[in-house]
Design a protein around this ligand. Structure first.
Ligand SMILES: NC(=O)c1ccc[n+]([C@@H]2O[C@H](COP(=O)([O-])OP(=O)(O)OC[C@H]3O[C@@H](n4cnc5c(N)ncnc54)[C@H](OP(=O)(O)O)[C@@H]3O)[C@@H](O)[C@H]2O)c1
Length: 181
């Protein structure tokens, strides 16, 4: 008998992971407009052992590949290269690479980690939004896309007080698509 065995096409979620200020700002001058040590630990836990997709500018703002994860960097520059990353010329190529990597790792999700350009293009394809709402309203030049309440349902909320190495308090918020289980 031919065909695909049941269970072979395992679902791999597309998850947007972002820290977003109350005014929607996510970045300024190529970097983050806040310092939140506790959120970096959360980001590490959410993304570890998963394939990550990011824009070229976000990769350069981080400055190096993130350990324990496959770093897939999207750029239209055919000559772009850096140590320990996979370069993809389009988001569809990045997603195909990420899917293969997730299956190889046994990961249940692909993490899309920004920036604005990539979030905007991936919002329609995302299954989940894993957000840190930063309780501040900083000036900035990059923003998270509008979250349409007709499309997204909040399923988890955890308040987090300002830690000793944090600029402010923040809230972890997770959304899934309306209608999704
Ligand atoms: N708060 C957060 O959670 C968070 C997360 C990530 C980033 N950030 C901030 O966001 C800012 C960077 O974001 P950004 O929007 O300026 O840039 P970005 O999304 O990181 O990168 C944009 C670049 O990605 C490439 N690209 C985008 N779409 C593509 C496509 N469809 N096919 C091929 N390549 C594509 C292009 O690279 P080329 O120009 O090389 O062709 C484009 O210039 C920084 O300030 C960073 O700190 C914040």
């Amino acid at each position: 008998m031919s065909g695909i065995e049941p269970g072979t096409l395992r679902k791999i979620d597309i998850v947007l992971v972002a820290a977003v200020a109350e005014n929607g700002v996510i970045g300024r001058d190529g970097g983050l407009p806040w310092r939140l040590k506790s959120d970096l630990q959360y980001f590490m836990a959410v993304t570890m052992n998963k394939p990550l997709i990011m824009g070229r500018r976000t990769f350069q703002s981080i400055g190096k590949a993130l350990k324990g994860r496959t770093n897939i960097v999207v750029t239209r520059d055919p000559d772009f290269a850096a140590a320990d990353i996979v370069v993809a010329p389009s988001l569809s190529t990045a997603l195909a690479v990420a899917r293969g990597d997730a299956l190889r790792r046994g990961a249940d999700a692909i993490a899309i980690i920004g920036g604005t350009d990539i979030f905007a293009q991936m919002m329609a394809a995302a299954d989940r939004l894993v957000l840190t709402i930063v309780h501040a309203r900083p000036a900035g030049d990059t923003h998270f896309p509008e979250i349409d309440p007709a499309q997204w349902r909040e399923v988890e909320r955890r308040e987090h007080p300002k830690g000793p190495q944090d600029d402010c308090a923040f809230t972890f918020l997770t959304y899934i698509r309306q209608g999704a289980a």
